[in-house]
Ligand binder design. Structure first.
Ligand SMILES: [Zn+2]
Length: 337
């Protein structure tokens, strides 16, 4: 009997679970991420969705050898277990974002799930994306790699000398919250409460705020030569390039892989990023390569899976790329559990 692995992607909006065998992805389900009830509601939902996906694939959930979880973060450690302390899921963290009907200060993800499956591996969505890109995507064979997502938020994951960087609470490379200017009350406020953080300056919502239109529209106007849109995109790219330069100065990366919805305008952004980035200290920037993510659309399946996939499957998956032929997603109603 073959083994199966579950890949879980927990986002602020939805949670996706797929189960895979050596041959490929057998089933995939998604549901809006639960944000009410007690603080174990999310891990219970993950457990339910794994069971549902297994039933769809026609397998007993006891055949799940490991669960890889790629999730919104940050984390904290609670009695040695990783817990989510994500402000867009936990309503008790003091920011009370819209649509969050709970007072959780943490979600005990690892504690609740680790007893139910033989192995549970959790990483934030950018760290797991870095693992996935290095295993299956634009970073194959690279030992010094920085992955950055440029989307609703900004985040990163990195390998240095072939080692994945994690940190004391697995929060390494929270690039969105590096400070890009001196503290000043006039600087834009970040979702975390800080000012002048990279994410507050260049994320999709920051672009929308500064222009007064959705990012896709700003890029469209930039392409048609509209001066205000062009100036904003140039400014945003310059700030992002500075953030990436700071990261490379710390990590000595050789390859920077950029994913996320904003980066879909790569043809516009890459030359702008490069122009600013290579103005940096040549000893640090020389030979650094920018690459667009290859797995962007598939990270929901591949990121979590790449945290737990057996070594012996990797060559076959690299060759066949079975994530490109995943089954249709089953969408479950929010109240189904
Ligand atoms: Zn911040």
């Amino acid at each position: 009997m073959g083994r199966y692995f579950a890949a879980v992607d927990i986002g602020a909006t939805k949670t996706t679970v797929s189960v895979s065998s050596r041959r490929g992805i057998a089933a995939r389900v998604y549901q809006l991420t639960r944000k009410s009830g007690d603080r174990a509601a999310v891990p219970r939902q993950v457990d339910f969705l794994i069971g549902f996906a297994c039933a769809q694939a026609g397998i007993d959930s006891r055949r799940i050898a490991a669960v890889g979880i790629s999730t919104a973060s940050p984390f904290l450690k609670s009695d040695g277990f990783l817990a989510l302390a994500a402000p867009n899921i936990c309503g008790g963290l003091g920011q009370k974002l819209e649509g969050i009907d709970n007072d959780w200060t943490e979600v005990p993800l690892e504690r609740e799930l680790s007893g139910r499956y033989p192995r549970v591996q959790i990483a934030n969505d950018c760290v797991s994306a870095a693992v996935a890109e290095r295993t299956f995507g634009a970073g194959r064979g690279e030992d010094d790699l920085l992955y950055v997502t440029w989307s609703t938020g900004i985040g990163g994951g990195a390998f240095v000398d072939g080692h994945l960087l994690t940190g004391k609470n697995d929060n390494a490379l929270h690039l969105g919250h590096i400070v890009m200017n001196y503290h000043d009350d006039g600087e834009p406020l970040c979702g975390c409460g800080g000012r002048a953080h990279l994410e507050a300056l260049v994320s999709g919502p920051a672009i929308a705020r500064d222009y007064g239109a959705p990012p896709a529209e700003v890029f469209r106007r930039c392409r048609s030569g509209e001066p205000a849109a062009t100036a904003l995109i140039h400014r945003v790219a310059m700030i992002m390039a500075t953030g990436l330069y700071n990261a490379v100065a710390l990590l000595d990366s050789r390859v920077i892989i950029v994913g996320g919805s904003v980066s879909r305008n790569w043809d516009l952004l890459e030359p702008l990023l490069a122009e600013e980035f290579y103005h940096g200290f040549p000893a640090l920037t020389g030979g650094v390569e920018f690459r667009r993510s290859q797995l962007d659309r598939y990270l929901g399946d591949v990121a979590g899976l790449s945290l737990v996939m057996p070594e012996s499957w990797i060559a076959e998956w690299q060759k066949r790329e079975p994530w490109r032929r995943a089954p249709e997603t089953t969408v479950l109603e929010p109240d189904m559990s």
